[in-house]
Ligand binder design. Sequence first.
Ligand code: THU
Length: 132
Amino acid sequence: MNAARDLLEAARAVRARAYAPYSSFPVGAAVEDERGRVYVGCNVENASFAAGLCAERAAIAAAVADGAHGLRAVAIAGSSPGPTMPCGICRQVLIEFGDPVVYASGLDESVHESRAAALLPDHFGPRDLGRP
Ligand code: THU
């Protein structure tokens, strides 16, 4: 079993359910929590554009609602020609839950692998507020 491949496959599958009528840029995300459980999410746009939700945060909300406390990995399947990297807000939300490995992909076969903290250097995070 290849964990990265499975997570990317889950992200690609849920991308098909994205609600992205304004951008025509569907995104799917899959996260693996500290227990090894996998949760998926897609972007959900809105006529009031600022109310739109990114796929990563949708997946993280599903994980937290089911009892997740930390994330091991996240896979993103966007609609860029190459890897779709997480937006700034999603990077901040990712580092709240540890330093997950980030597998970013788009429409081609390439995958960009990184870590959440590396994507948000010198970040403000839970430790600044006395959290472990
Ligand atoms: N989007 C995501 O869902 N995740 C990302 O990492 C990048 C952007 C969404 C937001 C919006 O619905 C659409 O992609 C275009 O920005």
